[in-house]
Design a protein around this ligand. Structure first.
Ligand code: CMC
Length: 430
């Protein structure tokens, strides 16, 4: 028997030539195929993979997912342990720097983030320019991009000190901009950040405080938000992270790149799904209507929002934690009446052949909206809450991309299938 080697032997049947491609980390590199040509002036073979279903665009040490088993780990730490024992700012440090911080490192980092939460007063005027009913995600996307104009030095992405400063600023200021967007839509005065509160408590204060100098959120809700931020912190090469890396690869500043990432997150197939779940549950209305709705999903007339995932072919571990968290939150806020419909919808879907066959399970967005609604956040605000947590992951991925010697400006190839060369026809001759 031939000796096993970490390589792939390919025969190009157009020419009869055989090539041996090295396999590293479970992959062959796409560029290896370019040597396979039918003639000297042939461009070489390409790899076609719309939607990147089987293409690794980077090596990464940040997040590991085993989609078949429903495993999610950050820098090797299981999400269940981080959600149970860590805080969002600690997870942010872990994601960005690679290791859990010491007590001193964590205190210093928390202090830095806490003292960068204010935004330039002109940002308030910028947000005031939006209509009262503007979608808060549009406001967040635009205001994060606008921040870039306040920090021109951020354009020097080759300077590690500047990179670090912008990462602290973004972690600190995204919640402030998010809260200002909320207050604007409610016609309420903006609440400035408070340095005596934790990261999630400060955010809840900027959102909900009405004239209470000593406002403090309920500790269960404060912890719930910290956990929700942790659960949304990173999820490797998803659509928005791909946008962050793609835009960042042109060496645009991180505010601009993060605004692009947030734009990608906004879509209903990605972070916008959490709001679509709530609209769906409201539309279903009663448990009796569920079988009818499920039939429509099976006929492809509807999508079951909050179900399915490109990577998970098993229960999303984040959904399991959020479902448990929801019960803790409901003890304080009262039960969201839509919970009953969600639980029944999940039960029916998980037993139905259509979903079983396709390995469709609840994802992170299925239960999170029920918590947000019980806490009285408007539905359109939910993707903004997702974006606050994901900011940590976007920044960690951006840093890793810039420091990775193998990375260059992102620039996919295409298979041109349009017209071949033809002569221009004047308008009166067409
Ligand atoms: N409801 C009904 N059918 C579905 C769903 C769903 N939610 N998701 C996938 N399918 C079907 C799909 O129609 C296809 O069926 P068929 O084989 O008959 O053509 C099969 O399952 C495979 O799905 P796919 O569309 O090829 O899978 P994908 O990897 O391209 O899409 C997804 C992944 C998340 C976009 C998709 O599952 C979806 O649209 N889900 C609903 C939106 C949602 O909840 N998004 C949040 C994702 S998790 C958090 C995040 O990323 O923000």
């Amino acid at each position: 028997m031939a000796e096993r080697s970490d390589s792939l032997t390919v025969t190009d049947n157009r020419t009869g030539k055989t090539f041996e491609l090295p396999i590293k980390d479970g992959a062959v590199t796409g560029m290896e195929f370019r040597q396979m040509k039918t003639s000297e002036d042939d461009f070489g073979l390409m790899v076609y993979d719309p939607a990147f279903k089987n293409t690794a665009a980077c090596r990464s040490e940040i997040t590991y997912i085993d989609g078949e088993k429903g495993v999610l780990e950050h820098r090797g730490y299981p999400i269940e342990q981080l959600a149970e024992e860590s805080s969002f700012l600690e997870v942010a440090q872990l994601l960005i720097n690679g290791e859990l911080p010491s007590k001193e490192e964590h205190a210093a980092f928390t202090q830095e983030v806490t003292t960068h939460t204010f935004v330039h007063e002109n940002m308030k005027k910028f947000i005031e320019g939006f209509r009262y009913d503007a979608n808060p995600m549009s406001m967040l996307i635009s205001s994060v991009a606008a921040l870039s104009s306040f920090y021109p030095e951020a354009g020097d992405v080759s300077d590690p000190a500047s990179r670090r400063a912008q990462m602290i600023r973004l972690l600190a200021k995204v919640p402030t901009l998010a809260a200002f967007a909320y207050r604007h839509t409610q016609g309420l005065p903006y609440v400035y950040p408070r340095n005596d509160l934790s990261y999630p408590a400060n955010f809840l204060s900027m959102v909900f405080n009405i004239n209470e100098p000593d406002y403090k959120p309920h500790p269960v809700l404060e912890r719930a938000f910290d956990v929700l931020f942790i659960l949304h912190a990173d999820h490797e090469q998803n659509c928005s992270t791909t946008a962050m890396r793609g835009v960042g690869s042109s060496h645009a500043d991180p505010y601009t790149a993060l605004s692009a990432a947030a734009s990608a997150l906004y879509g209903p197939l990605h972070g916008g799904a959490n709001r679509m779940v709530l609209y769906m549950l409201e539309r279903i209305g009663t448990k009796d209507n569920i079988p009818n709705f499920v039939e429509k999903v099976k006929k492809k007339e509807e999508l079951l929002m909050g179900f399915g995932h490109r990577v998970y072919r098993n229960y999303d571990p984040r959904a399991r934690i959020i479902k448990k968290l929801a019960h803790q939150v409901f003890e304080i806020t009262g039960v969201n009446p839509l919970l009953e419909i969600a639980v029944e919808l999940e039960r029916i879907a998980l037993e139905d052949e259509y979903f079983v066959e396709r390995k469709l399970y609840p994802n992170v967005d299925f239960y999170s909206g029920l918590i947000y609604q019980a806490m009285k956040f408007p539905i359109d605000f939910y993707p903004v809450l997702f974006a606050i947590g994901r900011t940590a992951g976007w920044l960690a991925q951006w840093r890793e991309m810039l420091e990775d010697k193998e990375q260059k400006i992102a620039r996919p190839r295409q298979l041109y299938v349009g017209n071949s060369t033809r002569d221009y026809v004047p308008m009166d001759k067409r």
